[in-house]
Design a protein around this ligand. Sequence first.
Ligand SMILES: Nc1ncnc2c1ncn2[C@@H]1O[C@H](COP(=O)(O)OP(=O)(O)OP(=O)(O)O)[C@@H](O)[C@H]1O
Length: 227
Amino acid sequence: MNRSVISLQNAFIYQREQLVLSDVNFSIKNGEFVYLIGRTGSGKSSLLQTLYADLWLEKGTGIVGGFELHALKRSQIPYLRRNIGIVFQDFQLLSDRNIDKNLRFYLKAMGLTDKNEMNERILEVLNLVNLPHILEKMPHQLSGGEQQRVGIARALLNKPDIILADEPTGNLDPEMSVDILKLFLDINKKSNTAVLMATHDFELIERYPHRTLYCDKGQLRDLSDSL
Ligand SMILES: Nc1ncnc2c1ncn2[C@@H]1O[C@H](COP(=O)(O)OP(=O)(O)OP(=O)(O)O)[C@@H](O)[C@H]1O
């Protein structure tokens, strides 16, 4: 199916009063893999934050996972986020509990209560990221690459249509970065999950080329339009 899972039209992205990106127009289709690039401070994170409603879309229209960002109510934010998996540069695992409890915490927040269902889902996502045997480990006992795999597993818990990844390889060495990118590509292909990945890593983009959106001078351009 070719429906859009993300679509922004005439959107203006703000950080408080500061206009970060003007008149943004793009859409991402179901199952697409797209890079988001741009210099530091060019607005990549702000754009992603707008897509998961950490920033309000104050001007223009936007639809993400079937939710209208321009008409979103605060009470709808958790439901919007159930359609999105979010992956961060710094992994954002809860440092005071093991991996099993980290993932369980999110499942409970999503409203799951059945223990068997939770166990199954946790094993399922850890298998998807090729880390089946780390339930009892604390985050600090894992390498950066492994922690990011757990971050991706957490993002997959709710079987999202869309993954938004903000510099997911930014804290990893080149070899681990390739592993993580391959994992995203694999998930994208196998489960048809759309991925929008912000990155500074041009080596990765050159080795694994995909459609690329570019934040520059307050504008968002689709580099494939100029090819
Ligand atoms: N929490 C915030 N409060 C106010 N301004 C912010 C905040 N976060 C970012 N900004 C500003 O918004 C602009 C865009 O920043 P943003 O973090 O979106 O860029 P980025 O492309 O993701 O940068 P990086 O590659 O360094 O992560 C910058 O001018 C930045 O200073």
